[in-house]
Design a protein around this ligand. Structure first.
Ligand SMILES: *[C@@H]1O[C@H](CO)[C@@H](O)[C@H](O)[C@H]1NC(C)=O
Ligand SMILES: *[C@@H]1O[C@H](CO)[C@@H](O)[C@H](O)[C@H]1NC(C)=O
Ligand SMILES: *[C@@H]1O[C@H](CO)[C@@H](O)[C@H](O)[C@H]1NC(C)=O
Ligand SMILES: *[C@@H]1O[C@H](CO)[C@@H](O)[C@H](O)[C@H]1NC(C)=O
Ligand SMILES: *[C@@H]1O[C@H](CO)[C@@H](O)[C@H](O)[C@H]1NC(C)=O
Ligand SMILES: *[C@@H]1O[C@H](CO)[C@@H](O)[C@H](O)[C@H]1NC(C)=O
Ligand SMILES: *[C@@H]1O[C@H](CO)[C@@H](O)[C@H](O)[C@H]1NC(C)=O
Ligand SMILES: *[C@@H]1O[C@H](CO)[C@@H](O)[C@H](O)[C@H]1NC(C)=O
Ligand SMILES: *[C@@H]1O[C@H](CO)[C@@H](O)[C@H](O)[C@H]1NC(C)=O
Length: 893
């Protein structure tokens, strides 16, 4: 169809139709490469690759000479790069994804956990696990193809390989292996359809085997398909089809016993996640379609009246004047009234977040500051002819900030400083950045965005009349520019319709987004860096927020991400629907982000974004969402209202689950801290913890919140029962604390009503819990602790607690506590430099069959009245009243 065949033939290449099946005969004609001139020097192997015969020119002329560079960077990390030595090709800039350095002087290739091996002709390579000689990756007999706009590299895999990652996607957490394509190309993916490319791009996968877990990261931001297929009997393959850049792979050895090790190794490349402010773990409420400031204030009041803790109120683009960023509608969201709302929130220890989109309304000579100032600094993305690259977004025709422009950060920080000025503007606590794929409503070819904006009614008119400007509210209660040494060449390439067509669900690459031919300040073209836009906006926004409140952590939630985004921001899973499928697949979504991609501040829109929710869906989702790291109820403009207080059942469900979430807040905050230090995942799929139990490999309707809390929501509409898998281990019901023995089978839980969610504590955990939830996290931090000791089959358990002031980037003082239980003795040991200001009010020992003879606190016998044993639940409660500021020991005799 389209222009492609014409374009291809004019360029003299073989024209092959859409996404893009290549038959075996054609492929067999590809000669592959021959390796020669090998030079090994210390930890690096360099070699030349020359084409082995007549070029096959599948999607362009084969590059005849290549350079192979293999470097052992650490004992667990191998870096394999294949580039064109004669022509600078695009590579992901260090400014966006800084690469790790390696300075392990003791390392030798032989001592590394994984080894590189090759065959010279035809060239192929494999990566082996040193200890077992097992092949983890091998290009086998698949020819390498390296062309200007097409790279192909294929590995053989075991049958039924357990593969995870390669997102963002809404498919099963364990990826399908039959005829399955993952496409990476940032897209405004309304309705998050499964099987398609979505907002974010993380070209990394972890593979789990009985013998261990390893990881493979392709550092490439060009559009690509990754095809996994087992259609040929006895053969499973994973094939990269990439439309630019270079082949730049990191192979991570992972570990033979602990799957989370590969996550930590991946964090050494993409960075560990940012520490989030303590308050950001509270409940967030948002919707598109709050009509005016009275609506916003009303929701805040109603949460308070319903006794549901609301930490942070959000507002979508409704607040803007004609949907222009950095403006307030003077009639619907007047500044003085909005400032009143923000003041009210802050005086109640609550917070406020507003949305900011990247697209800036194209309004020359109309006194629109954000456009004028950006134009004066000349920071907009450019068309090839030097004019501004225009799109059509919410406010109509727009320009887009070019984050590669060295003045873009200053521009963005300045706009944030002015509009969000605490004295004269809105003193927000976090930022929400949307539409940053970037999204445009202009269909390709976007030759007349003005016409397209008119046709699509942009900006849409308001549907309600302005509110009374004096209505009473709260009445009821109270980038630096990267310079390439060599310019990337795209001479003669087709950046609009490359000969290999990736399986982009929006059709052509520039459709509904920025134009692939647009040029950045550093000369890079959007074709190469498209997938980085959201991440670069994230970094710029993070920096802008930090300069507003120096020294304080902030919360930035983005829609589009690339590998490494989690260093600065969190994410939500985009525009889902209010249906059970999206409720269910949110779990694989959060697992991907939190346990593989290192974007752990992650959640889906609770109760669903588009379409109307139902009472039972919203109740179930409120409870599942209480175990998302980022917990936000968000809704679309035309959907029925879905704040948790709208239904009695939902309100009760939310109160119940929030009580558990808030009591666990220091536990999950500790997990975040650990993630920020070394990349230990905040959420765990079951197989991370039970890697030898194959039944766990596909599970993505249950997960661990932190290391020890197993969440098993009801997953079907109208169901009051759920089949839950329990590995061979002891668990404890979170609400009754009674033990239950798992035996590697599913058990049916019945009578799970609409206000409860099955939650278990994994045995072997010591948990620091607040004794009660609270209406704000500020209040929660003044609530005492209790310690739950959940022993494992050998009568042992351990846990940890990290505390700090919750807001500072650099902490003056922290409290780090380890809690271990063995020999009937709980030892709590730590540095208590950050004053917790609270007490430990009791210890709860689980699975205690008989009442003890005596209990000792720091060697002193405790009075009988402080000890309570329940024979049915087997819980032994020991009441304490000690400041949580020093070590203590409780011994049960
Ligand atoms: C090979 O790769 C290593 C690690 O990425 C790098 O330090 C080195 O400069 C590369 N060598 C060549 C010749 O490209
Ligand atoms: C490396 O590859 C060669 C074939 O090129 C093979 O003979 C050899 O056994 C391989 N080494 C290992 C350790 O697998
Ligand atoms: C693979 O999937 C595509 C699209 O879903 C379909 O057209 C094709 O027939 C499938 N091929 C096989 C071998 O299943
Ligand atoms: C998408 O979800 C539907 C409904 O659950 C399912 O039938 C279909 O197989 C899924 N498609 C993919 C590609 O996973
Ligand atoms: C652009 O995307 C829309 C759907 O969003 C689709 O209908 C249209 O065919 C696409 N156009 C091109 C040129 O790919
Ligand atoms: C759930 O119950 C409602 C009301 O009876 C019904 O309309 C709906 O079809 C049921 N859903 C399923 C999945 O059975
Ligand atoms: C729902 O179930 C929980 C746990 O079994 C129970 O405590 C609660 O009373 C039930 N609620 C209703 C309304 O039946
Ligand atoms: C019990 O926990 C201890 C300490 O966490 C651990 O060393 C031991 O291996 C665990 N035992 C079992 C059977 O899980
Ligand atoms: C940390 O210490 C510095 C210097 O003593 C002080 O200015 C600052 O207020 C302290 N910050 C906190 C959060 O205690």
């Amino acid at each position: 169809m389209r222009l492609r065949s014409l374009l291809s033939s004019t360029l003299g290449f073989v024209a092959i139709a859409s996404s893009t099946a290549v038959d075996q005969a054609t492929l067999n004609a590809c000669p592959g490469y021959e390796l020669h001139n090998v030079k090994t020097q210390g930890l690096t192997l360099l070699a030349d690759l020359s084409i082995r015969g007549k070029a096959c020119d599948l999607f362009g002329p084969d590059v005849e000479e290549l350079l192979l560079n293999v470097t052992y960077e650490t004992s667990t990390r191998l870096h394999v790069k294949i580039t064109d030595p004669n022509l600078a090709r695009y590579e992901v800039p260090e400014s966006v994804l800084p690469r790790p350095t390696s300075d392990d002087h003791a390392l030798t290739p032989q001592a590394a956990d994984i080894q590189f091996n090759y065959t010279a002709s035809p060239f192929s390579f494999s990566v082996l696990r040193t200890s077992t000689r097992e092949v983890l990756f091998t290009t086998g007999s698949h020819p390498l193809i390296f062309e200007p706009q097409y790279l192909r590299l294929t590995t053989d895999l075991p049958q039924n390989a357990n593969l995870y990652g390669l997102g963002e996607h809404t498919d099963t957490f364990r990826l399908p292996t039959h005829n399955y394509t993952r496409t990476l190309w940032s897209r405004d993916a309304y309705g998050v359809p499964n099987g398609t490319n979505l907002y974010g791009n993380h070209p990394v996968y972890f593979e789990h085997r009985d013998t261990g877990t390893h990881g493979i990261f392709l550092v490439n931001s060009n559009g690509m398909d990754i095809k996994i297929d087992d259609s040929t009997p006895g053969k499973t393959t994973l094939e990269y089809d990439v439309i630019g850049g270079v082949l730049d792979f990191y192979f991570l050895a992972g570990s033979e016993s602990d799957p989370t090790e590969v996550a930590r190794q991946y964090a050494q490349i993409v960075g560990t996640p940012a520490e989030a402010p303590y308050w950001s773990f509270g409940l967030h409420q948002c919707r598109f379609g709050y009509q005016n400031y009275i609506d916003v204030a009303g929701v805040i009041s109603n949460y308070s009246i319903a006794n549901i803790p609301l930490e942070t109120m959000w507002t979508d683009i409704d607040y803007m004047y004609k949907r222009q960023v950095f403006t307030l509608d003077p009639d619907y969201f007047p500044l003085p009234r909005m400032r009143e709302i923000v003041d009210y929130l802050h005086s109640h220890n609550q917070r406020y977040v507003l949305m900011t989109d990247p697209a800036v309304a194209y309004l020359p000579d109309q006194g629109y500051g954000p456009y004028d100032r950006g134009s004066a600094l000349d920071i907009w993305l450019k068309a090839p002819n030097g004019s501004f690259s225009l799109g059509a977004v919410w406010p109509g025709v727009t320009v887009f900030p070019d984050w590669f422009n060295s003045d873009a950060q200053e521009y963005w920080s300045n706009e944030f400083a002015m509009f969000y000025d605490p004295q004269t503007g809105l003193d927000i606590d976090g930022a929400w950045i949307d539409m940053n794929e970037p999204s445009s409503f202009c269909s390709y070819p976007c030759t007349d965005p003005f016409e397209q904006a008119v046709q699509q009614d942009l900006p849409p008119a308001r549907t309600s009349s302005p509110p009374n400007p004096t209505a009473p509210i709260f009445v009821s209660n109270t980038g630096s520019s990267e310079h390439l040494s060599k310019r990337v060449s795209h001479k003669g390439e087709n950046l609009q319709f490359p000969p290999y067509e990736i399986n982009n669900a929006d059709g052509s690459l520039s459709n509904k987004t920025s134009d692939t031919e647009a040029v950045h300040a550093n000369g890079m073209v959007e074709y190469d860096v498209h997938n980085l836009y959201g991440t670069m906006m994230s970094t710029a926004t993070h920096n802008a927020m930090l300069s507003r409140r120096p020294g304080l952590r902030t919360l930035v939630i983005t829609r589009s991400t690339f590998s490494g985004a989690g260093r600065h921001v969190g994410k939500w899973l985009g525009d889902n629907f209010s249906n059970w499928e999206h409720y269910r697949n949110s779990i694989s979504g959060i697992l991907n982000m939190a346990s593989v991609f290192h974007v752990p501040m992650i959640g889906a829109d609770i109760c669903g974004y588009a379409e109307d929710t139902t009472e039972s869906l919203c109740a179930r989702w409120a409870m599942l969402g209480a175990f998302y790291p980022f917990m936000r109820n968000h809704n679309a403009d035309t959907s029925i209202s879905q704040e948790f207080y709208r239904w009695q059942t939902v309100a009760q469900a939310a109160r119940n689950a929030l009580d558990v979430r808030y009591r666990l807040m220091d536990y999950i905050y500790t997990a975040f801290h650990k993630a920020s230090v070394d990349g230990t995942p905040v959420l765990n799929p079951l197989w991370y913890i039970y890697p030898r139990d194959p039944n766990t490999f596909p599970i993505d309707l249950q997960f661990f919140f932190g290391p020890s809390i197993l969440v098993s929501p009801v997953t079907e509409e109208n169901a009051t029962s759920v089949s839950v898998y329990l590995p061979r281990d002891t668990f404890y019901d979170f609400s009754t604390l009674t033990p239950i023995q798992g035996d590697g089978r599913n058990i049916m839980l019945d009578n799970v009503n609409l206000t409860s969610i099955p939650v278990y504590i994994r045995s072997g955990a010591v948990l620091p819990l607040r004794t009660a939830g609270a209406m704000t996290t500020t209040q929660l931090r003044k609530t005492d602790f209790e310690v739950i000791v959940a022993p494992n089959n050998t009568g042992e358990a351990s846990g940890s607690l990290y505390m700090d002031d919750g807001v500072s980037i650099t902490q003056n003082a922290t409290t780090e506590v380890t809690m271990t239980f063995s020999g009937n003795t709980l030892n709590v040991r730590g540095s208590f430099d950050y004053p917790t200001g609270v007490k430990v009010s009791r210890v709860r020992f689980l699975d205690v069959s008989k009442a003890p003879r005596e209990v000792f606190l720091n060697g002193q016998m405790i009075g009988k009245s402080a000890i309570q044993h329940d024979t049915d639940s087997k819980v032994l409660d020991v009441a304490l009243d000690i400041p949580f500021s020093e070590n203590f020991t409780v011994h049960v005799d």
